[in-house]
Design a protein around this ligand. Structure first.
Ligand SMILES: NC(=O)c1ccc[n+]([C@@H]2O[C@H](COP(=O)([O-])OP(=O)(O)OC[C@H]3O[C@@H](n4cnc5c(N)ncnc54)[C@H](O)[C@@H]3O)[C@@H](O)[C@H]2O)c1
Ligand SMILES: [Fe+2]
Length: 462
């Protein structure tokens, strides 16, 4: 049998040889490099301490006492501040005599401006502990507020990923942060990532460093019972793509270079046997519970399972990483025109899980040949009978299964339905190019022309 490395090398050679146009022929800095000298040979798995259980939020106050915090900042958004998850949090703090202040101005799908507002609040409050109660938007904002309040003289772009920012490693000690996710989606409670929309380039970027990982994640499925239908659908598709992308990302042995100091090994390392365990668990859980959790909000078994799967996928992506669906999603969300989905307020927004899933069929058709066995296995874990399927058709097989889920759960018919036309594609490609961290993990080298084609193929998907 031909080895995976051989296939990868051949694909790369074909890609280089078959086209000498400027986009393909020139190895731009977003192309995957695969020379032996530059590869890593090791991976490591890190995660937040995770505590899971129905009603586990009641332990929060005692945790903060145990951590010795005296002045705590509780961050949430304007919607959640009056809902049950916040009530459970504040009850626990009061019962345990914890002194706190609430910040409830987190922006759904945060921006650099909204981050800066939260950072100013955190700096002024001189807090010694943080609690994030919400979805990815709240948890990411809280991580940034904690970081910059611990390094008050840092410029905002110092810690932001290159090439948008300076990508400075975090060396200052951070305050303890306890994350209490209320959506079943991002897995931000276990990751060292903090994502925001950088308004100047109309695309998302973020801060990525292990120190940003919350100290503790309290995974309480009771909070998911109030999650509205569209939030359940879109955050579920975020989990879906986390599992598929981390499972199919470039293997850690294909990414490089190996760092000179182990502490410099990146957060996103490529697929590896341990992250694969989380991804497989998630795909099986999605098969059994995704649709049930959307169609019956009171189905506590389904909602609890999706909540656990979101955290599990977070451990997977937090170490392996994600690739093209996420790389393309950042400009798709950042260039939103007038799309306003139900359950997300009144401003135009393309929620993260929707932005990520909309190109997934095209992306997995594109990556299928990089590792047909894994693409077929993913399709099988999602419920497809692959007995008669050909390895050469693996990308299409997986794409068709993804489309079945998207159709069943009412995802819009492509970028066109989100307000984009073919004329927008150059701007979307431009916004994807700075996402080096993600594009480099894609298991197939890709040119600007490839990115355009993937977006073109995603204008309508059914
Ligand atoms: N840091 C990471 O590792 C990571 C990974 C993926 C995505 N993200 C980021 O996370 C953000 C998206 O987060 P999200 O999908 O969790 O949603 P979100 O935090 O943006 O929340 C979406 C909406 O759901 C509401 N909501 C949340 N929980 C609720 C509940 N229990 N009951 C009722 N309403 C509730 C919120 O108030 C909000 O209106 C994006 O900015 C994305 O880029 C971060
Ligand atoms: Fe995501």
């Amino acid at each position: 049998m031909v080895s995976r490395k051989r296939v990868f090398d051949l694909l790369r050679t074909i890609n280089i040889a078959s086209c000498q146009c400027p986009a393909h022929g020139h190895r731009g800095n977003f192309h995957v490099t695969n020379t032996a000298i530059s590869k890593d040979y090791a991976f490591e798995i890190k995660s937040t301490t995770v505590r899971y259980g129905l009603g586990v939020t009641k332990e929060l106050g005692q945790d903060l006492v145990n951590l010795g915090t005296k002045n705590v900042c509780v961050m949430t958004d304007a919607n959640l501040v009056s809902l049950k998850p916040m009530k459970a949090v504040l009850d626990s703090l009061t019962r345990n005599g914890v002194n706190y202040k609430v910040y409830d101005r987190v922006k759904v799908e945060p921006t650099d401006s909204s981050f800066k507002d939260a950072i100013a609040f955190a700096k002024e409050g001189q807090f010694d502990g943080f609690v994030a109660v919400g979805g990815g938007s709240v948890m990411d904002t809280c991580k940034a507020a904690n970081l910059y309040s611990c390094d008050p003289r840092a410029e905002f772009l110092d810690y932001v990923n290159q090439p948008v920012g300076k990508g400075k490693p975090v060396t200052v000690p951070l305050n303890p942060l306890i994350a209490i996710p209320t959506t079943s989606g991002t897995g931000s409670e276990t990751t060292g990532l903090s994502i925001f929309d950088f308004e100047e380039i109309r695309a998302k970027t973020g801060i990525s460093h292990g120190s940003l990982r919350p100290t503790l994640a309290l995974i309480d499925p009771l909070h998911t019972l109030s999650v509205p239908r569209n939030v359940a659908i879109f955050s579920g598709f975020d989990v879906f793509c986390h599992a598929l992308e981390s499972f199919t990302a470039i293997p850690y042995t294909e990414r490089g270079p190996a760092p000179e100091n182990p502490k410099l090994r990146p957060v996103y390392q490529g697929s590896n046997p341990i992250s694969d365990v989380w991804a497989r668990f998630c795909l099986q859980t999605l098969r059994k519970y995704f649709s049930r959790s959307v169609h019956n909000p009171d189905d506590i078994e389904a909602r609890s399972s999706m909540h656990l799967a979101a955290t599990m996928a977070g451990v997977g992506i937090g170490n392996a990483g994600v690739h093209l669906c996420h790389g393309l999603a950042y400009p798709i969300a950042g260039n939103v025109k007038d799309y306003i989905p139900d359950d997300y307020g009144t401003d135009p927004i393309i929620p993260h899980g929707l932005a990520v899933s909309i190109t997934a069929p095209a992306v997995f058709r594109f990556t299928g040949n990089s590792d047909p066995d894994k693409h077929l296995e993913a399709a099988q874990l999602l419920g497809e009978d692959i007995a008669a399927k050909k390895r050469s058709d693996a990308g299409n097989v997986l794409a068709e299964v993804i489309l079945k889920y998207m159709d069943l759960l009412g995802i819009e018919n492509g970028l066109d339905a989100l307000g984009y036309t073919a004329d927008d594609i150059p701007a979307l490609v431009k916004g994807a190019l700075p996402q080096h961290r993600l594009l480099q993990l894609t298991p197939v080298p890709q040119s600007e022309e490839d990115l355009s084609k993937l977006l073109e193929n995603s204008l309508t998907i059914y």
